[in-house]
Design a protein around this ligand. Structure first.
Ligand code: NAD
Ligand code: UD1
Length: 337
């Protein structure tokens, strides 16, 4: 199949692109390079032996999409493109609604006009807000607590409305938990610009000497060691989840929602210790007050994805740390410009 990957040079998109090529599919990337570098394409080629088709452009640019869809006979789209920093979305909501909501609307309209009826959307566990019971199943109530989360919920709802109005659409909403890690070759990984917001890249930058120490946001949560618990999932498992979702869902009409997580939670201190073991480096830290908006615990019930997609996360927290470290060591300042 020819698969359009919007945001395909980004972190999750690039590793999913590798998974799709290895599965014999033909990805076509559309990315505006707002948060990624062209060097990613050479790295994908180095890992797979195939340089994916690439169009530099914006999902909000309808003419660009129409041209891409006319040139490549696209069978399905995976929509990764978007902005993803929660704190930034609170300060700058309008670019988030524009990129994430308007972008998805333009994409869906262009796909529709081109006769493409299969879309897989990158949603997030953030749509569960402060869930009351763990693990979180897809039936748990949704509730966004910040503009980023609201954009994810709005796009989910827009695609549900579309599938209700036009029953030949196949819509798959994938709610990712906490993607971490990179390709074991060290060639592809997460390349945050500026100070990382997320735990794993921050720890990796401390271990490699780019930052002095980790700040742990709160050690007084109602968790076994007092620090926040999350469902970290290896990005290669996430990539496999997309391949499974496409294979299973392509041509099957209607909307289906899947959690992509491991079903296991790890605390901040557990991740830190696992990273120290994987890297052989000490990771100094200080404890500070809780970060606004953080929940104590969040982990998935991934049973539906296992049952319906035949997919299950395989990789351990040790491997997540090892592969993050390989990437960080080989690329201490990220991808070359
Ligand atoms: P990323 O920033 O690495 O990748 C996103 C890519 O989209 C970038 O290459 C960026 O240049 C591109 N892009 C952004 N706006 C665009 C536009 N208007 N037109 C074309 N390209 C555009 O992010 P990621 O971590 O790979 O996340 C991918 C998707 O998964 C996002 O939608 C994100 O919200 C979602 N998600 C990510 C996480 C996570 O922790 N990384 C968790 C849950 C959900
Ligand atoms: C983040 C996003 C969330 C998204 C999720 C999955 C924020 C506020 N939320 O949440 O929308 O769905 O990723 O990708 O960005 N921590 C520290 N020190 C740090 C960084 C993090 O102690 O420097 C702690 C946090 O308090 C939390 C855990 O580490 O307990 C994980 O944090 P993070 O990696 O930012 O992920 P989420 O909080 O789950």
């Amino acid at each position: 199949m020819n698969i359009l990957l919007t945001g395909g040079t980004g972190y999750i998109g690039s590793l999913t692109c590798v998974g799709l090529i290895e599965a014999g599919e033909h990805p076509v990337i559309l990315d505006n390079l707002g948060n990624s570098k062209p060097a990613v394409l050479e790295r994908i080629a180095a890992v797979t032996g195939v340089r994916p088709a690439f169009v530099e452009g914006d999902v909000r640019d309808r003419a660009c999409l129409d041209e891409l869809l006319a040139r490549h006979r696209i069978d399905a789209a995976i929509h990764f493109a978007g902005l993803k920093a929660v704190g930034e979305s609170v300060r700058l909501p309008l670019p988030y609604y524009d990129n994430n909501v308007h972008g998805a609307q333009v994409l869906a309209s262009a796909l529709h006009a081109a006769g493409v009826r299969t879309i897989v959307f990158s949603s997030s566990a953030t749509v569960y807000g402060d869930a009351k019971t763990m693990p979180i199943s897809e039936q748990a109530p949704t509730q966004a607590t910040n503009p980023y989360g609201r954009t994810k919920l709005m796009v989910e709802q827009m695609l549900e409305d579309l599938a209700a109005a036009e029953p030949d659409w196949s819509v798959t909403l994938l709610r990712y938990f906490n993607p971490v890690g990179g390709h074991p070759s060290g060639l592809l990984g997460e390349d945050p610009q500026g100070i990382p917001n997320n735990l794993m890249p921050y720890i990796a930058q401390v271990a490699v000497g780019r930052r002095e120490r980790l700040t742990i946001f709160g050690d007084d949560y109602p968790t076994p060691d007092g620090t926040g618990v999350r469902d970290y999932i290896h990005v290669l498992d996430l990539a496999d989840g997309h391949v499974a979702a496409l294979r299973h869902r392509c041509g099957r009409a209607g909307v289906r929602v899947f959690n992509l997580g491991t079903g296991r939670g790890h605390s901040v201190l557990e991740v830190l210790r696992a990273f120290e073991a994987a890297s052989g480096r000490r990771v100094p830290y200080v404890v500070a007050p809780r970060r606004a908006g953080d929940v104590a615990s969040c982990w998935a019930d991934p049973a539906r994805a296992e049952r319906e997609l035949g997919w299950r996360a395989q990789r351990s927290i040790e491997q997540m740390c090892r592969d993050t470290w390989s990437w960080q060591l080989a690329n201490p300042t990220g991808y070359p410009s």
